[in-house]
Design a protein around this ligand. Structure first.
Ligand code: ZN
Length: 257
């Protein structure tokens, strides 16, 4: 565990000047970001803008969990990577890129597939989790671990031209409130076979990053109890109420968190 920081260095005061000018951040908030530990599950299309903006914003420790390697078909939207990274472990290539941007950020590389056996152990080391996965079964595993460990989770998903973002937290809906069980593997189309507009994960991942930062800072209104829908084809943003489901087998309507 890293030491707790109680101040900023002169260099950090300069680097984060445009944050310090915001009353909602200020020096206190920037120190809070520096002491924060965020887990990004999935270092792909959503994880790219999440990791880049959180590292740029001064989040002190970023955990990246992804077992995959960079493929040439990723480069159309996964802006963490370049041609030289093809074949490399994503978490490793990502760590190099993030360190090059902000040497002070601690990147914890976790090249593992999230499953029921390791999810709680991985999640337990972080303050907050961003779900940037492309695998629905893994999303349920992550959601279950977050509910059990009382960790807030910023959920993001994309499909073709559309996306969704929501924040699951204490007393609000979780993923199983929406759908108690994931679809059977045979009912889903493999994500590698679904088209996606290159910029879409950028839009959705940036909204997730904004929610992560506000949650760490304890400021602003969050996407709790509501889900934001992004339609990039018609360019419409809409939202839906997302009440906790009292019959949810996991959280019992937010009460068991
Ligand atoms: Zn629930």
């Amino acid at each position: 565990m890293e030491e707790m920081h109680v101040s900023l260095t002169p260099g950090e005061r300069q680097r984060f000047k445009r944050h310090l000018l915001l009353p909602q951040v200020g020096e206190e908030g920037q120190i809070r970001l520096k002491n924060s530990r965020v887990l990004i599950a999935g270092a792909g299309g959503l994880g790219s803008p999440l990791a880049l903006y959180l590292a740029a914003a001064g989040v002190g420790t970023i955990g990246l969990v992804d077992f995959d390697r960079v493929d040439v078909t990723n480069l159309q939207r996964q802006i963490l990577y370049g041609e030289q990274d093809v074949g490399e472990l994503k978490v490793h290539a990502a760590a190099k890129r993030l360190k090059a941007m902000n040497h002070a950020v601690h990147v914890e590389e976790i090249p593992r597939r999230l499953d029921g056996d390791n999810a709680q152990e991985i999640v337990s080391g972080y303050d907050l989790v961003a779900d940037a996965l492309d695998d629905l079964a893994a999303r349920y595993v992550l959601n279950d671990a977050c509910v059990k460990l009382h960790k807030p989770e910023v959920y993001g998903a994309i499909y073709e031209f559309s996306g969704q973002v929501a924040v699951f937290d204490e007393g609000t809906a979780c993923l199983r409130c929406l759908n108690p069980d994931p679809p059977e593997p045979g009912e889903m189309i493999a994500s590698a076979d679904v088209g996606v507009l290159g910029v879409l994960p950028g839009l959705v991942g940036c909204i997730q990053a904004a929610e992560v930062l506000k949650m760490l800072l304890g400021t602003g209104g969050m996407l709790k109890g509501r889900m934001l829908f992004i339609d990039a084809l018609q360019m419409r943003f809409e939202e839906m109420e997302l009440p906790a489901n009292p019959r949810c087998p996991l959280c019992g309507g937010g009460l068991r968190r």
